[in-house]
Design a protein around this ligand. Structure first.
Ligand code: ZN
Length: 200
């Protein structure tokens, strides 16, 4: 099997490459990800992440999202899926929205693909109103985006909600989702695969 990032044939790789051949990444590519269990609070809610957002993670995420490389779907949660399934038993995954124009252009919901490997109940209850790319916004503009997430019409919210995203940067999108939930949800937790170093 070839590594999905560097293309190296894993049969010729390290001991771990041979020992754990199911990992879609080879040992070298995997070691560039900074695995770290990060726990923090966001908007009064308990949040956790499994990786520090860094260049290697970003590169893989961009290849998955922007270049539509669907083969990478299982790379992100490969190391933590069992733990998440156990820890959040009884929760429903509530995926954060990407801007509608973008996901339409992509033709797939990247978070839905990414979290499918957990085989947990999953809904997409939110709608993002703006299509502006967050990267080009300053802090004030990002904070203003909190109001730009709304619940879709007629959404039935489950009792236990795990808000899920690929990355938490400023936390503004997540705060927007929390604001959209308001008092409607009974139990809410947050999980993002990676988190910006500021949350350490
Ligand atoms: Zn590799």
């Amino acid at each position: 099997m070839r590594c999905l990032m560097c293309g190296k044939n894993r049969d010729e790789g390290t001991f771990r490459d041979l020992f754990d051949p199911q990992d879609p990444l080879c040992e070298k590519c995997r070691s560039e990800w900074r695995r770290k269990h990060i726990r923090f609070r966001l908007g009064g809610v308990t949040a956790e992440s499994s990786y520090v957002y860094n260049e290697a993670f970003s590169r893989c995420l961009i290849q998955f999202k922007e270049l539509n490389d669907e083969a990478l779907r299982d790379v992100f949660l490969y190391e933590v899926a069992d733990r998440l399934r156990f820890r959040y038993r009884g929760y429903t995954l509530c995926l954060l929205p990407s801007s509608e124009e973008k996901s339409a252009a992509r033709g797939f919901s990247h978070l839905r693909l990414m979290f499918a490997c957990l085989k947990m109940p999953m809904i997409e209850p939110f709608r993002k109103v703006t299509s502006q790319d967050q990267k080009n916004l300053n802090r004030e503009e990002r904070l203003a985006m909190q109001d730009a997430i709304i619940l879709k019409d007629g959404v039935q919210l489950p009792e236990k909600i795990l808000l899920c995203d690929d990355t938490i940067t400023t936390g503004a999108t997540m705060l927007g989702a929390l604001a959209a939930l308001g008092q409607k949800a009974q139990k809410v937790r947050i999980y993002a695969v990676s988190a910006n170093i500021r949350w350490l």
